[in-house]
Design a protein around this ligand. Sequence first.
Ligand code: ADQ
Length: 465
Amino acid sequence: MARKGTNSFVVVANRLPVDRVTDPTGQSSWRRSPGGLVTALAPVMRAYEGAWVGWTGGADDAPEPFNTEGMDLVPVPLTADEIQDFYEGFCNATLWPLYHDVIVPPVYHRQWWDVYRRVNNRFARATAGVADEGAVVFVQDYQLQLVPRILRQLRPDLKIGFFLHIPFPPAELFAQLPWRRQILSGLLGADLVGFQRRGAVGNLVALCTRYADAVAADDNIEVEDGRKVRASAFPIAIEVAEIARLAGDPAVITRSETIRTELGSPEHLLLGLDRLDYTKGIGHRLKAWGELLAEGEVNPDDAVLVQVATPSRERVEAYQTLRDEIELQVGRINGEYGRIGAPAVHYLHASYDRPELVALLRAADVMVVTPLRDGMNLVAKEYVAARIDLRGALVLSEFAGAADELDAAFLVNPHDIDGLKQTLIQAMQIPPDEAAERMRRMRNHVVTHDVARWAREFLDSLRAA
Ligand code: ADQ
């Protein structure tokens, strides 16, 4: 058995919940990164002397463990080569496309797999070194699927939970993976495996029966020595109260009015807000918008689309190609239908702080969320949380996890461009009382299911598992 530590609750994630910031004098310090996960887990961290094991985001950056805001942070170093082979390679060019319906072809490299194993080993050892006897360990996401198994071998005394933030594909796709047995065995090292949607549970059960010599009945998978693994859906949520507070902040309201004025006070403001990722369906959205303009269904004098695309994974080739394609599409639409001072698509390749994001959400008459596949999609829930005024319409892809809960949205199949066009028009023309009724139904759900509840439900199930 490995060396033990003193933390009775340990979160293991690819990234630490802090970013390094350097001031003008060259002094560096840590700032908590924005994100619902750390906010939801912070109270648990404080109550149980929690530790968070993760990477700092830099190459060869291995500071000693340190404490911030009641959490012990345990940095796991990655070399520049490991960042390429593990993070950009196996995580984001193999697993990410494979788990998102093969929208772009996954790349399989044995060298990347070797590094994925090595890095997962390092995370598991770092965790084993800080976890107290019988501690609860909560492992996050596709970067660390081997950690539950390695950790169980090192420390059979631990309670291990795993949550996958992205979709878990059906056997027809997953079976492509040359290392499918190892990944399944890695996941089955956990006591509880959590997914965003119910369907993923069925996918895991089917795959384990076929490739992992496991016996499964419903959500219970029986593995070696009769040990039981539970699989279940825990749809992730957002910090609703914080977003609603910002939405009511006079400075944010003023900013949101300014945004509308600066856009020429359009009758219809449509908003897309996504990481620049091929899963998000930005191209399909632009195609539909371009056709509506071409056919005169939409008048660029009274309707604008704002597309914010957050820079993402810029060293991965598929993301460079995507950026070129999207920017070409935006340029064409603006060249055809824009006028001086009045583009038909306002395209912004940038990150914003929370108040600015909420001001944008408040300014949008129609929020357009059209991923081709998405684990959950927090932006859809954030839009609902920000509409304390019960105005606005949400167009939402049925391929986002959020569609299970937000069934009062205008649900669309983004591949059906004609259907998408019709839905955009419907959403733009929604009568105010229908908009309020739909928004009220969605808010009832979002407000009562916040991220703190998500964390509580997962951890309660893990303790009971
Ligand atoms: P992501 O794919 O990153 O998350 P999403 O769920 O939409 O996608 O979350 C994006 C977050 O970034 C949101 O909180 C949003 O407000 C924020 N954001 C977007 N654009 C921004 C910008 N320009 N500046 C600053 N912030 C911006 C993965 C999965 C999802 C799953 C989440 C959580 O792919 O399916 O919902 O994890 O589990």
